[in-house]
Write a protein that binds this ligand. Structure first.
Ligand code: MFK
Length: 142
């Protein structure tokens, strides 16, 4: 699959059944320090890539948990790669891990693990109904 996104994911592909690879480049406007990515970009791109693994299996899911280790500063505007793989599945829960590396040497820059929960397409309609209830009953809080 080819395309671009605002996070700088340029290409994604499955490698075997349970691993996906993504060509990534941190855009200059995601800079958090001189020539290095903001940590929020690193977390977001790992969320995006790891969360695409269920989608590549035609499963709609949302992030329930995400843990990121920032190993080294991430340079902007350099070719990077995210590798994401399924560690295990339990019912509707996908336990996924991933790594962000600098090409061409594959130096490890960040790693992540998280849980994605399968949802049906009504997930966002359900959210809108919940939001309408919140608006109708300000102060309820649940
Ligand atoms: C249809 C999918 C389309 C996929 C493509 C878009 C990908 C988007 C990728 C993302 O950006 S995900 C964004 C970051 N993640 C989230 O927004 C997830 C927010 N959390 C949840 O929706 C739930 O906590 C979660 C589904 C992860 C938990 O599922 P569980 O099975 O562990 O718990 P449960 O279903 O009991 O839901 C926990 C609470 O969330 C509530 N909930 C679940 N789905 C909801 C919903 N759709 N709208 C409103 N509330 C919802 C649920 O009622 C309950 O509330 P209470 O504790 O008050 O009882």
């Amino acid at each position: 699959m080819r395309g671009t996104c605002r996070l700088g994911v340029e290409r994604e592909r499955l490698e075997g059944e349970d691993t996906a690879l993504f060509d990534v480049r941190c855009p200059r406007d995601q800079e958090g320090g001189p020539d290095v990515a903001h940590g929020g970009w690193t977390a977001a791109v790992l969320d995006e890539c790891l969360g695409h693994v269920p989608l590549l299996h035609r499963v709609l899911s949302v992030t329930a948990e995400l843990s990121v280790s920032f190993v080294k500063p991430v340079p902007v505007e350099r070719p990077l790669e995210v590798r994401a793989w399924v560690e295990r599945r339990a019912g509707s829960r996908w336990y996924i891990r991933g790594e962000l590396v600098l090409l061409p040497n594959r130096a490890l820059l960040a790693k992540a693990s998280g849980i994605w929960v399968q949802r049906d397409p009504a997930h966002f309609d359900r959210h809108q109904r919940w939001l309408a209830e919140q608006d109708a009953e300000p102060g309820r809080g649940d």
